[in-house]
Design a protein around this ligand. Structure first.
Ligand SMILES: Cc1cc2nc3c(=O)[nH]c(=O)nc-3n(C[C@H](O)[C@H](O)[C@H](O)COP(=O)(O)OP(=O)(O)OC[C@H]3O[C@@H](n4cnc5c(N)ncnc54)[C@H](O)[C@@H]3O)c2cc1C
Length: 484
């Protein structure tokens, strides 16, 4: 099966959305919406029962949190501090499942956890986090990637000569996984579309009302402004941070991208004095960069305007200075931010707020909140069990390999790649190519000079006027803009 949408899938999908009565419409093409659609389509194929399920997104797929996260498939070592053993156990199980079903996208990533604080504080950290690592290994059980091991100060120096040894007591190595999160999401949608589901980006749901046995969803094609009605028996509300009517707590997390900081292939997992964890992850073309994140800040503004603040840049740069004092406080080349749509629990800090999920039926609307990217498959399975109880246990996605033959992640941009991305990945705007099909926007300093040739290539295919080319460049630069 190819890793792409069938040709011209957007146009064909929109035509179907206008005339068909759907069994299920999924609103939101983040990882949760995409995972639910794939699960539904696979189970429909397995049972042989007809199912008309479709998915729409108001922007491009993975343009929300699902493409702008820490790109880790992990158990979440830090949640052990809050005694969230079930969450960590589930995430570790899912880590193993995703490694099995998508080995081309999920890659083991060893991490160095340094223990700072001199003799006393360092020893305390070694005991405290060492206990956490022991529990982490225990919870992973036979699904573990590699057992923790400890490094002396000298061994840390040898592996990571640029890592600060000021106050360093010792360190541990443990393993999690990295992922190209936008790609895994797309591959869920590719497969669902291949199995017959209409899928369309830039279709916004402006609300819905119940008329008899059907929902009437007021939809707008944001590329043309055309409005139309979609009829569906049931809805899945997978709008993530945009579900403003629910009891979600929106917590912003930001990352900066700087020239490569550490020497080895390990990531660094650093617990600062405030108890937060900061990751420094080898990143970008030939791992020539480091991704540094993340922050936890309650977000009061619109989910459509999520960007790093000056305070967050300062906070992340301070962590870089603490860990790599010889790097000379490099200015970030890029930054990105997104929102954690967490289940609200009063009184807890943004960092301590639970990452556990909640899935429930509100009449004929399935709602989904909280959770982690890592657990999307299990969450999707739970959602489909609720939607179609008769299908429980059928065609478990834990057993179904994900993704077909390449290309998997686009890394260069030329005429051929642009043609492919437009025809087979539903790229319609410059930012879709720059932030989702490729990760260019998260991997380099975006300037007009970088973007113009790409916009011109796209303009020949779509086609855009000169004014549209300028607008696309300006909009993409605005998305990449950093404070100051
Ligand atoms: C900074 C940060 C780092 C993280 N890192 C990790 C990590 O390393 N590992 C991990 O496991 N988890 C991580 N997470 C959590 C994880 O990324 C999220 O739990 C997950 O991506 C949420 O997916 P979603 O589908 O609910 O939301 P989203 O990906 O935001 O998708 C929602 C979609 O709904 C669409 N939409 C909204 N309104 C409408 C509408 N009216 N009509 C149509 N479409 C609409 C949006 O355009 C969007 O595409 C991180 C989260 C953050 C914020």
């Amino acid at each position: 099966m190819p890793s792409a949408f069938p040709p011209d899938h957007r146009e064909k999908s929109i035509s179907r959305l206008k005339i068909e009565i759907l069994d299920i419409l999924i609103v939101g093409g983040g990882i949760n919406g995409a995972g639910i659609l794939r699960d539904l389509q696979l189970r429909a194929a397995d049972t042989g029962e007809p199912l008309r399920a479709a998915l729409i997104d108001k922007g491009h797929f993975a343009s929300g949190t699902s493409g702008r996260n820490s790109q880790l498939i992990h158990g979440g070592l830090r949640y052990l501090k809050y005694f969230e053993f079930d969450l960590v156990r589930e995430a570790l199980r899912e880590r193993a499942t995703l490694l099995k079903i998508a080995p081309h996208l999920v890659e083991p990533l060893p991490m160095i956890l340094p223990f700072y604080g001199g003799w006393i504080g360092g020893l305390w950290n070694r005991l405290f986090y060492g206990t956490g690592l022991r529990i982490y290994d225990r919870l992973a059980g036979e699904l573990n990637i590699a057992q923790r091991r400890y490094l002396s100060r000298q061994e840390v120096r040898q592996i990571e000569p640029k890592l600060s040894t000021q106050g360093l007591f010792s360190a541990a190595i443990f393993s999690d996984c990295r992922i190209h999160s936008a790609r895994l999401l797309l591959e869920n949608l590719f497969e669902a579309a291949e199995l017959g589901a209409p899928v369309a980006n830039y279709i916004q749901a402006h609300g819905w009302e119940r008329k008899g046995s059907l929902f009437h969803v007021k939809a707008e094609d944001r590329l043309t402004g055309a409005e139309f009605n979609i009829r569906a028996k049931r809805l899945v509300d997978a709008r993530g941070p945009w579900d403003t009517q629910g009891s979600l707590r929106l917590v912003r997390g930001s990352h900066i991208v700087v020239p490569r900081l550490n020497a080895s292939d390990h990531a660094i997992a650093y617990f600062g004095k405030d108890g937060r964890i900061i990751f420094v992850i080898p990143w970008g073309p030939e791992k020539s960069l480091s991704l540094v994140g993340t922050t936890d800040v309650d977000h009061r503004g619109s989910p459509d305007d999520v960007r790093i603040s000056e305070d967050e840049v300062r906070y992340l740069r301070a962590a870089v200075r603490r860990l790599f004092p010889e790097a000379g406080d490099p200015a970030p080349l890029a930054a990105y931010s997104s929102l954690r749509p967490l289940v609200a629990n009063e009184g807890k800090s943004a960092t301590a707020a639970s990452r556990s999920h909640k899935i429930w039926l509100d009449g004929d609307v399935l709602k989904i909140a909280g959770g982690k990217y890592t657990t999307y498959r299990a969450m999707s399975e739970e959602a489909v069990d609720l939607l179609k109880p008769d299908w429980k246990g059928r065609c478990r996605t834990a057993e179904a390999p994900l993704g077909g033959t390449g290309p998997h992640v686009l890394t260069t941009v030329d005429r051929r790649v642009v043609d492919w991305a437009i025809k087979r990945e539903m790229v319609r705007r410059l930012s879709d190519l720059v932030f989702v099909s490729t990760y260019w926007g998260h991997e380099r300093l975006l300037t007009e000079e970088v973007l113009r040739p790409v916009a011109e290539l796209m303009s020949k295919r779509l086609p855009w006027s000169q004014r549209q080319i300028e607008e696309e460049i300006a909009a993409t630069l605005e998305l990449a803009r950093m404070p100051g």
